[in-house]
Ligand binder design. Structure first.
Ligand code: EPU
Length: 418
């Protein structure tokens, strides 16, 4: 198994470009199932999760080709409607195929994703909304079997704003009969990106980016050309790295309006930030002040940056209270950070980080995608030896060549094949 090796202690300096957003690319690829013809997608990142959804879609008969206009996706002749367990268990976002398959074919068989390292993560809200749209469903040996003649519009209320739930039902609703209203919808930028793709295909969607999204079903869709938004979580990880190493990093090709919650917190730590049109420059603080955070749905502080910010707070002056309010079990990185000398106490969904001026190098193990990124960040500041981050396949699910980006900024970091 590959590992990442870091000799920490270098301040990062220079500019780095952000890749396309994984969590926007996944639903947008799924949306290509909604109609035949050739879609062209630019800025699809090269990631393991993208490979996984492409593998499932290939099994359904979709073809992919790298063309002049980006990735060309054709789903003229669908040959199946099943997302199998062996692939779904490696990526929960496979559930995003349910809405488009029902919209196009009126049937789908999708493995239930099962447990997850960061929380129970049920999909009950996706399923409840589909039932309200007329879908018949039954569970058989771990698979959801769903069938409908034609989806019908419905008034849906999500108990919790769910990102992939909102996306799934938006895709189901675009060709449903009548109007669908999604109340308490998620407001993440990835939802707006999917809405832009769907409008490019001829869908009638309003209100995305707010908590009420209205979709009026249309009869026909057409293939679209679309450029995926930049990955705000990758951008945020690079910004934290710049601040944490006391460096000066320009993160290029990002959307600063997607990063406001993090920017505000970084400024409170003493970092200096210059916000450009599509870039952010982060200069590390002389003395890192500790700051409290609470994760929230967008536009609040993203749960997907909690682990990375915690690594930063491990070397701040003072105590930082970190509250995780989106997932119930997203502190598994804590025990690995402790192996690097961090002083952190967990109490339910709160972690009290007692900052100290250094972290120590150690062999550590990645447990999920964002936890891996936090361990890499910790390794960048751990002086006096090598930090080895094992099980790096988690990192490859969602970061495109992260170690190369850090190397380009001056870090002593490399991958060792195992
Ligand atoms: N929830 C339910 N029932 C549902 C759906 C969600 O109870 O049917 C709960 C979840 O258990 C969680 C909360 O609602 O406590 C919010 O979960 P949400 O559905 O919004 O999460 P998701 O759609 O499964 C996406 C991202 C995650 C990101 C979360 C929160 C994708 C593919 N995944 O997951 O990204 O953490 O939203 O912003 O978009 C990552 O990239 O590392 C990652 C985990």
């Amino acid at each position: 198994m590959d590992k990442i090796v870091i000799e920490g202690g270098k301040s990062l300096k220079g500019s780095v470009k952000v890749s396309g957003a994984k969590n926007a690319a996944l639903p947008i690829l799924a949306a290509c199932l909604l109609t035949g013809g050739r879609h062209s997608l630019r800025s699809i990142p090269h990631l393991r999760d993208i490979q996984t959804i492409k593998s499932i879609m290939s099994k359904l008969g979709v073809t992919f080709r790298d063309g002049k206009e980006g990735l060309e996706v054709s789903s003229d002749n669908l040959t199946g409607c099943e997302a199998p367990y062996d692939l779904v268990k490696t990526m929960r976002a496979s559930v995003l195929l349910l809405g488009p398959l029902l919209a196009r074919y009126g049937k789908a068989r999708i493995s239930l994703p099962g447990g997850c390292a960061i929380g129970a993560r049920p999909i009950n809200l996706h399923l409840k909304a589909l039932v309200a749209m007329g879908v018949d469903m039954y569970l058989d040996r771990g698979y959801v079997n769903a069938r409908v003649d034609r989806l019908k519009g419905a008034d849906i209320f999500f108990d919790i704003p769910t990102v992939t739930g909102t996306e799934n039902i938006m895709m189901a609703a675009v060709t449903a009969s009548g109007q669908t209203v999604l109340n308490n919808a998620a407001k993440e930028p990835e939802i707006q990106d999917l809405a832009r793709m769907l409008r490019g295909m001829g869908a009638d969607i309003q209100g995305d980016g707010s908590d009420t999204i209205t979709i009026s079903g249309v009869r026909d869709l057409r293939p679209a050309r679309h450029t995926i938004i930049p990955d705000r979580i990758e951008a945020g990880t690079l910004m934290i790295a710049g601040a944490m190493t006391g460096g000066e990093v320009k993160v290029e090709g990002c959307m600063p309006s997607h990063l406001e919650a993090l920017t505000e917190k970084l400024v409170s730590t003493g970092a200096r930030i210059e916000v450009g049109h599509d870039s952010v420059v982060v200069k590390g603080p002389d003395i890192i002040k500790s700051v409290d955070i609470k994760t929230m749905p967008f536009p609040g502080f993203p749960t997907d940056l909690q682990a990375q910010f915690m690594a930063f707070m491990c070397i701040a002056k003072g105590r930082s209270m970190i509250r995780e309010s989106v997932f119930e079990n997203r502190f598994i990185h804590v025990s690995e950070l402790k192996r690097m000398g961090a002083d952190i106490e967990i109490n339910g969904n709160q972690a009290l980080v007692k900052g100290q001026n250094r972290l120590l190098p150690a062999p550590v193990m990645a447990t999920d995608l964002r936890a891996s990124a936090s361990l890499v960040l910790a390794g960048l500041v751990a002086e006096g030896g090598r930090t080895e981050v094992q099980r790096i396949y988690h990192l490859d699910r969602g970061y495109e060549g992260l170690e190369n980006k850090f190397k380009h900024l001056g870090a002593a970091i490399w991958r060792e094949k195992g």
